[in-house]
Design a binder for this molecule. Structure first.
Ligand code: ATR
Length: 276
């Protein structure tokens, strides 16, 4: 009898990860020959030893989440272009003694846009990315592939400049004055910062009263479902979405990599996740 494929997500904190719900939903729906997808708490200080143990105990693949994606990238023997460019890996496969890594966040972001209003045409559209951390790298990489006209605004401007250099993307890095002047010109505004994860956070990175009415507002945060950023979008009658579709999209790409099966039933899954 062939052994069931073992997969899991590792990170810290991991208790509230939705990845097991998503992957197990697809494993069951598609009758995949795999063990239930698990969540395993692993911190950065014991990342390397934990990874070795998981490989030894027969895991076939792992998803890697905060704060381990950059460490995972450093451990890989082979990397896809998205992992190389974003310098992070959220999906690993262990095969023939090697660690293969990819980053499915960019494709997850692209998938989430395709299902939304802006899918019509992002080509040459003016997109503003707020933040210059790991998530911003994934979003900028994806937007660049879609030929968007990208601007980045980050509290620490040097990090935005470095991000563009590393990705080889010709995006503009804006300062406080430029962001004020240009806010009314953007078609898509994506918050990738962690501002809004806590109820007390107030995301005032842009002045919503300046945003044009046809703009689409996107926050990668999905818990809370309506971050302070999205609440402001709603108050200003703008179209908006949270990061749930991107979460599903990045999971779908990882699922495909491991099981060679394209997961469907995303609408049903989405309503299930929304009820959690
Ligand atoms: P992730 O991997 O989720 O992107 P990260 O790499 O730690 O997380 O990046 C966090 C982002 O949120 C950064 O762009 C950070 O800005 P700095 O580069 O200036 O640190 C941004 N961020 C976090 N807290 C913020 C705050 N209070 N105000 C503005 N930006 C903030």
């Amino acid at each position: 009898m062939t052994e069931l494929k073992k997969t899991a997500v590792i990170g810290q904190p991991i208790e509230h990860s939705l990845s097991p719900v998503i992957h197990n939903f697809w494993i069951n729906k598609k009758n995949i020959n795999a063990a239930p997808y698990e969540k395993i708490e692993v911190g950065p200080e014991n990342f390397n030893s934990s990874l070795d143990k998981l490989i030894d105990s027969g895991y076939y693949g792992l998803n890697v989440t905060v704060p381990l994606k950059e460490l995972a990238f450093l451990r890989c023997d082979e990397l896809t272009e998205s992992a190389k460019k974003t310098q992070s890996a959220n999906t690993l496969i262990f095969k023939e003694g090697k660690i293969y890594g990819t980053n499915t966040d960019p494709v997850g972001f692209e998938f989430s846009l395709k299902k939304e209003i802006i899918k019509k045409n992002i080509n040459k559209k003016k997109c503003l990315v707020l933040g210059a951390g790991g998530s911003a790298r994934a979003v900028v990489f994806a937007l660049d592939k879609m030929f968007a006209d990208i601007s980045i605004f980050n509290r620490t401007q040097e990090k935005a400049v470095k991000l563009c250099e590393d990705l080889g993307v010709a995006a503009s890095s804006l300062d406080e004055n430029e962001i004020k002047k240009q806010t009314n010109s953007f078609d898509l505004i994506v918050n990738t910062t962690s501002l809004g994860l806590f109820p007390s956070d107030n995301n005032n990175l842009i002045d919503f009263s300046l945003v044009q009415k046809k703009a689409f507002i996107y926050d990668l945060i999905y818990e809370p479902k309506e971050s302070s950023f999205l609440k402001q979008a709603k108050a200003n009658n703008l179209n908006f979405q949270n990061g749930l579709k991107m979460l599903i999209g990045q999971a779908a790409a990882a699922f495909y990599v491991w099981h060679n099966s394209d997961p469907s039933h995303n609408d049903e899954l989405e309503s299930l996740l929304e009820k959690l």
